[in-house]
Each structure stands twice: as structure tokens, then as C-alpha cells.
Ligand binder design. Sequence first.
Ligand code: C2E
Ligand code: CA
Ligand code: CA
Ligand code: CA
Length: 275
Amino acid sequence: QARRLNLTQAVFDKDMYGNPAANLSLMSEMMRATEKGEMSLYYQPKLKVRTGRYESVEALSRWFHPDRGFISPDQFIPQAEETGHIRPFTEWVIRQSIEDQKRLLAEGKPIAVAINISGALVGDPEFARKARSMIVGASGPITLEITETAVMTNPEKAIEHLNAWRESGARISIDDYGTGQSSLAYLQMIPSDELKLDRQFVSNLNANARGRMLIKSTIDLAHNLGLEVVAEGVETETDLAALKLLGSDWIQGYHLSRPLPISELAEFLAVPEET
Ligand code: C2E
Ligand code: CA
Ligand code: CA
Ligand code: CA
């Protein structure tokens, strides 16, 4: 018990970042965590504006460590990316969410599932193949959320895999749009179906008229490129109304629902939708 605690502390000590030994222990911690059920997926509902129904959810990883308590994905995902452990972990995420999707369908609650795919994995041929075979077996629509930077390291391979996933029936969403070095060039280059406006970008709504115009222009641009738009991080009724008016196809955020464990999601989906 004491030894395990030490290992975990070492892993999350900022000074140890990049230390190969610490990274190795994170790998074994994460392996253990998935096997022991400390890892779980929460699902955040997304409202489809046109139908007024919750037709999709985003799977978000949660780590409840017995000693450390809750560990945020913002902490463990970047380290998993460094160590390469992100591959088996993401395969677990895909398998688990496809299983949950099937269970919900059996309960009469068909739902699309969106899964976050780390940039580093998009160009990985072995992951691409495995992901593809799992997508083909899904009982409902699957969306893969990727960031633009995913395509930077190895554009040819990345684009090849994105196309292959689309052929298998998955939708591709460009996540975190409006942060970092979002560039129009990528929009043209990345095979995609959806643009996901980052919470930070959405907050321009409340800046001034220019901020709103920026969002409106981006939504129009996305539509002209044949992409659907998701606005994330919507926290108020005012923003919800504004985004509907500006033409966002999907709305996601705490104002509608926080990410929920599967049991609560099932309950949430049983309640009549908002109008
Ligand atoms: P993301 O993909 O941009 O996910 C959105 C984050 O915003 C989530 O944080 C979500 O809980 C949070 N959020 C949703 N609505 C609101 C809102 O109205 N207000 C605020 N303040 N926050 C909101 P979370 O779950 O902590 O995840 C953080 C990031 O970790 C994600 O950002 C994603 O990049 C990454 N992540 C989470 N799970 C996975 C995973 O299974 N695989 C990979 N590769 N990355 C993951
Ligand atoms: Ca996401
Ligand atoms: Ca985001
Ligand atoms: Ca993100």
C-alpha cells in the first residue's frame, strides 16, 4: 500500500515530469487502474438544436484513485501520451464506450458517442487499424474528436487514417477550435465532418459585438465547408439562446448537463428533452 502511494506521488510530482522511471510507474499505475475499475467513463450529453433532443454524448475519462482521490484527465492524459500508454488506454476507452452505447440501445436509448483521440495516435498505423475494427462493430454512430495539431507531425499518414475511419462510418470532429494555432489551412486539409468550438472561443460571445461576429463568421464558414458545428462549454441560458440564433448545430455544456456516469446518463436520457 505504502509503496503504491509513493509510486503515484512520484508520478504526479511536477519535478519528475519527463523522468523515464516516473513515466514507467505511471504506465503501470494506469494499467492497474483500468483493470481494477478505478478508471471510468463519464458522458456529457450534447443537444441537437434542430430536433431539440440529446442525440449524442462525449466520453470523458475519469480516474478515481483509492488514495489520491480524483485525478483529472488534464493530468494523466498528457503523461500517457508521453509514455505511449495512451494507445492501450484509448483502445480501452473505445471498447468501453461502444459497450455502453450498445447497452443504452438495448434500453431503447439510441445515442451517438464521441471519443477523444490524442493527436499522437492519429498517425499510428497499428492504432488506426484497431480503432477501425472496433468502429465497424459499433451499434450506433461514432464521432472521433481530434485536434488540428494531430495532423501536423505526419500529415500524410494522419489524413490517410482519418479517411479510413470515415469510410468505416465514423465522423471526424475538429476539437478545441479557436485555441492555439487554429488555422484556416487545416480546415481545408483535414477530412472532417464537424467543428467543435472551444469553450474559450465560445466565451467571445460575451466580449462585445466583434466577439459575436467572430463566432457567427466561424459558424458560417464551417457550414460553407459542409461541417456541423458544436459549441462546447455553454454555461448560461443567455449563451444557449445566442448560439442557437447564430446557427450552432449542437450545444454542450454545464448549463445542459455535466458529464454523467452511465447510470445517471441513462436516467437523463429517459427524461423528456428540452424544447
Ligand atoms: P475536451 O475534449 O476539450 O473536453 C471538454 C472539457 O470541458 C471536459 O473536461 C468537460 O468536462 C469540460 N466541460 C464541459 N462543459 C463545460 C462547461 O460548461 N464549463 C466548463 N468549465 N467545462 C466544461 P475534462 O473531462 O476534465 O477533460 C479535459 C480534457 O482531457 C478534454 O478536453 C480532453 O482533451 C482530455 N480527455 C478527457 N478524456 C479523454 C480521453 O478519454 N482520451 C483523450 N485522448 N483525452 C481525454
Ligand atoms: Ca473533446
Ligand atoms: Ca475543448
Ligand atoms: Ca482538449
